[in-house]
Write a protein that binds this ligand. Structure first.
Ligand SMILES: Cc1ncc(COP(=O)(O)O)c(C=O)c1O
Length: 368
């Protein structure tokens, strides 16, 4: 197609297969484990039409070739497993807990070494790259909402011979295109906004580098931790409405961030859409919107727990990216020692914003 399409159109029309007479416009779930020889695929561990459809859409949105995995961690570990033994990784001190744990364990076994950085401090990130093979970015970070300047970091890392991978889960493929900004690899926890209904676990890797793609594809078939066709079908169905869901969730998030920022019980709000947020300037430059994650701090863990316990519309649960607004005190989990004890991570959903605010304000007021 010659026409340049907006991502919200791509999310709807890509991955629908060939326009042959009688062919379905919406791909059904293909549960076959084996296929007649001579076609695109012969065995279900190597490929499946439902993965391909989801991969086509994710690849089109990110501007590369996508591979889907059985979870976000499946995608992350696949990328990290590509590194030769002894490689150095520079990564956020506040990266997703599972990513950090994976690298820490690999370091304990002598497979990798690592250095943790604050991704918003560009100069020190690049200094740390002097002894590394991979710069792992996550932006915004989960849960501290730090923002990395992907374009500047990718350029500086490449000058030092370092590859760059970006976990873009919070931004989604609609709000940030790391490959266009110079990154080599993008990963997503498809479990979150892309699937969007809190009913699927999946992950994805996208790259433009043919060699990286081929290596990942081969390892995926060998390791066998593949996505299920049903999950892929559900994720693609969810992805079709990502533009609509995100538009509403992001508008809600901006409104709630502004209101939380003025509430006396709240000592700090992190949302890149707030003009005085430390990540605002970079996020405004590299993102097409500020997303639907808002983190705010109250004085301590006990106050935070009283708030989560008093909420009736907002659900006290981990994970994010579903239709429903969820809240989570991250410091209660082992491995989240860098997170302030009174920090609440709010994943803003698509409910009517005044209902969300009334619920939050009542819970906050009750603690003052
Ligand atoms: C930023 C980020 N990356 C990766 C993951 C891991 O994804 P999954 O739970 O699908 O394995 C998560 C999960 O919370 C996440 O928040």
């Amino acid at each position: 197609m010659n026409q340049k399409l907006h991502p919200s159109t791509v999310a709807v029309i890509a991955g629908r297969g060939t326009k042959q007479p009688g062919a379905p416009t919406s791909l059904p779930v293909n549960l076959s484990s084996t296929f007649h020889p001579g076609g695109e695929r012969i065995y279900g561990r190597h490929g499946n039409p439902n993965w391909s459809a989801l991969e086509d859409v994710l690849g089109a949105l990110e501007g590369g070739r996508a591979l889907v995995y059985s979870s976000g961690m499946g995608a992350i570990s696949a990328v990290l497993e590509l590194l030769p033994v002894g490689s150095g990784v520079v990564m956020p001190f506040d990266a997703y807990y599972g990513t950090r744990k994976f690298v820490h364990e690999a370091a304990e076994h002598g497979r990798l070494s690592y250095k943790e950085v604050d991704v918003s401090e560009t100069t020190s990130v690049l200094e740390a790259c002097a002894a590394a093979e991979l710069l792992w970015l996550e932006t915004p970070t989960n849960p501290l909402m730090n923002v990395a300047d992907i374009a500047v970091l990718a350029k500086g890392a490449h000058q030092r011979g370092v590859q760059v991978a970006v976990d873009s889960t919070f931004a989604t493929p609609l709000l940030q295109q790391p490959l266009d900004l110079g990154a080599d690899i993008v990963v997503h926890s498809v479990t979150k906004y892309i699937s969007g209904h809190s009913d699927v676990l999946l992950g994805a890797v996208v790259t433009r580098d043919e060699q990286t793609f081929d290596e990942l594809l081969e390892l995926r078939s060998l390791y066998g931790a593949i996505a299920g066709p049903m999950e892929s079908w559900l994720a693609l169905r969810g992805l079709r409405t990502l533009p609509l869901r995100l538009e509403r969730a992001q508008a809600n998030a901006g409104e709630l961030a502004r209101r939380l920022d003025t509430h006396p019980v709240v000592s700090r709000v992190r949302y890149p859409g707030l003009p005085d947020d430390p990540g605002h300037e970079v996020a405004a430059r590299q993102m097409d919107g500020f997303g639907a994650m808002v983190c705010f701090e109250v004085s301590n863990a006990e106050v935070a727990d009283r708030i989560t316990g008093a909420l009736e519309v907002v659900v006290d649960a981990t994970s994010l990216g579903g239709l429903e607004t969820t809240i989570d005190r991250r410091s209660k989990y082992p491995g989240e020692e860098a997170v302030p004890e009174g920090l609440l991570r709010l994943n803003v959903g698509v409910e009517f914003v005044e209902d969300l605010w009334a619920d939050l304000r009542r819970a906050l007021d009750a603690t003052s």
